[in-house]
Design a protein. Structure first.
Length: 412
């Protein structure tokens, strides 16, 4: 048996730790907060298998100037943070070459094709199958122009064989009667199902991990002790030390700070996302909905309805700007006119964003006993079960069922 420390107790880290412990390893899960209190607490609960496309594709570039000039647009960059983003944006630009886009699309599609197979196995093993809902997601379009603007997305899905169905007005409201009649067209993604409560999924998996003998430690990693064999211990901010034989760095947007301590640069940024949780919405919904032109999503989850979306580039330390959450609610009410917003809570979290939109999963290029699982962007929940399976295979010396070269840490 091997002793392994997984740093990061979000959905990615917890799933990796659970899978490694289930396979008979001795695993410690370490985070500065309790399991699920970071980005996994407030994600949009979507198993979004159709959303693997690189953010650098031409359709996004075409809309970027308009978005950046709009104070209520879906992308905001705080001016003071702009100089720090230049290296990241140069890599983002490099990822927009046509040949590179096809490569990145294929890398994302490979993972998304596995998602439900791996997720079904995980949920059955953990006794949590009831947490996956049966309904899919509706993508909304007010008119032909909006649909045409998103056609690139639909065409990529068709090329890779992902299921979708184009619907007209009456068929849309047959599925979701609360939607405004201003929606003229929609696309149903039946495989983009939802989790009934993403935070509870993380905590339930962490409890299953502990029941298998896993250990959860709360602490903030301040440094590493190294020898010729690699990392031998973690130094925590409170003075404690945690011995390691192998270590998995899966701390989301904070992973780059840890890798930098090992002199291994990962071009990881935070795409700050916001949500508003509405507990007395006055309406009921079966499907999640996304309106691409308005850049928001609404999901029935966590006992109410959650409205989220937007991208804010401002780093890990800037205070939240909850005006972003309020803009999203205003737009959600365009789609759902009867939505009530009397009892709400607002949240901001850090999505770990790599410039090519493909996660890092695999061994360090510099430290022989260090592994990375980070940069899952908007798809942390979607990719979690697959990441757990692939990382556990790699770490325990089993050949993974997919080629892992596209996800290596030194590809940039």
């Amino acid at each position: 048996m091997s002793s392994i420390v997984v740093v990061g107790a979000g959905i990615i880290g917890v799933t990796i730790a659970y899978e490694l412990q289930r396979r008979g390893n001795v695993v410690t899960l370490l985070d500065k907060a309790a399991p699920g209190r970071g980005a996994s607490y407030g994600n949009m609960a979507s198993i979004a298998v159709t959303e693997f496309m690189p953010a650098s594709r031409p359709g996004i570039w075409a809309q970027m100037p308009k978005w950046l000039l709009d104070p209520e647009g879906p992308v905001r960059i705080r001016p003071a943070y702009m100089p720090k983003l230049v290296p990241w944006f140069l890599r983002f630009l490099a990822a927009s070459r046509p040949s590179k886009l096809r490569e990145l699309e294929a890398a994302g599609a490979v993972l998304c094709r596995r998602v439900h197979e791996d997720l079904d196995v995980l949920l059955k093993q953990a006794g949590l199958t009831q947490m996956l809902t049966a309904e899919g997601c509706l993508s909304l379009y007010a008119d032909k122009a909006e649909f045409k603007a998103d056609r690139e997305h639909i065409d990529i899905l068709a090329r890779f064989g992902f299921r979708h169905e184009i619907l007209g007005g009456n068929a849309i409201r047959d599925l979701e009667p609360e939607l405004t009649t201003k929606i003229g067209k929609a696309v149903l993604f039946p495989d983009n199902r939802s989790i009934s409560d993403p935070y509870k999924l993380v905590t339930a998996l962490s409890e299953r991990f502990e029941a298998l003998g896993g250990r959860i430690v709360q602490g903030d990693v301040a440094g590493f002790e190294q020898s010729e064999a690699g990392v031998s211990a973690l130094r925590l901010a409170d003075g404690r030390s945690v011995a390691v034989e192998r270590i998995v760095l899966a701390a989301g947007a904070f992973t780059a700070r840890l890798s930098a301590l090992l002199c291994e640069h990962i071009p990881l940024e935070t795409e700050r996302g916001y949500h508003t949780q509405i507990m007395d919405p006055g309406i009921s919904m079966r499907h999640s909905i996304i309106w691409p032109a308005r850049a928001f999503m609404v999901t029935p989850t966590a006992g109410g309805i959650r409205v989220g979306g937007t991208v804010e580039m401002a780093g890990l330390d800037a205070p939240a700007d909850y005006r972003r959450a309020k803009i999203l609610v205003k737009r959600a009410r365009e789609a759902l006119p009867e939505l009530k917003t009397g009892r709400t809570s607002e949240w901001m979290g850090h999505r770990p964003a790599l410039p090519d939109t493909v996660p890092v999963m695999g061994p360090s290029a510099k430290c022989r006993n260090v592994w990375y699982a980070t940069g899952h962007g908007h798809l942390g929940l979607t990719y979690a079960a697959t990441t757990g399976r692939l990382m556990a295979d790699l770490i325990t010396g089993i050949a993974p069922p997919v080629d892992m070269k596209p996800y290596r840490v030194d590809r940039f």
